[in-house]
Write a protein that binds this ligand. Structure first.
Ligand code: ATP
Ligand code: MG
Length: 139
């Protein structure tokens, strides 16, 4: 398993607000190589599967509804120390607590509509990347 990869989504809020280009620019300028990229959408069922780990949380139904509310951009990214470096680049889950200059500080509006997803481990990066991409779509 590659350990220098992470998986990200540009979430429906950031897509709807026209931030795809600016966010991809931040990502590539921070040294991440794009391994796979897709403009797509999650059905409620697929969003529920993706965030199944949160199914017992009070915000789960709202999260599933939000994540299936419009198109998203999915991507696999490569860089040394990808998981930790990407989470530093995006900032805290709650954008009001995200460091200045982070993607969530710049582009997110709320703890739910927080502009981007970032994998939390090598294992989940592999699972989440394979959720969206076949081997033929990774370069
Ligand atoms: P992500 O997994 O999307 O990168 P994260 O790892 O920073 O985010 P998690 O704890 O995994 O945060 O939560 C997953 C997502 O669920 C968050 O990004 C956010 O969209 C939503 N979420 C988390 N906590 C809350 C909350 N208290 N209220 C509403 N939505 C929440
Ligand atoms: Mg998470």
């Amino acid at each position: 398993m590659k350990t220098n990869r992470t998986f990200t989504m540009i979430k429906p809020d950031a897509v709807a607000n026209g931030h795809i280009g600016a966010i991809l620019d931040h990502i590539t300028k921070a040294g991440f190589k794009i391994v796979a990229l897709k403009y797509t959408a999650l059905s409620a069922q697929k969003a529920g599967e993706f965030y199944a780990v949160h199914s017992e949380r009070g915000f789960y139904a709202d999260l599933v509804s939000f994540m299936s509310s419009g198109p998203i951009v999915a991507a696999i990214l490569e860089k040394d120390n990808a998981i930790a470096d990407f989470r530093t680049l995006i900032g805290a889950t709650d954008p009001s607590k995200a460091d200045k200059g982070t993607i969530r500080n710049l582009f997110a509006k709320s703890i739910e509509a927080n502009a981007v997803h970032g994998s939390d481990s090598d294992e989940n990066a592999e699972i989440e990347g394979s959720f969206f991409f076949s081997a033929f779509e990774k370069f």
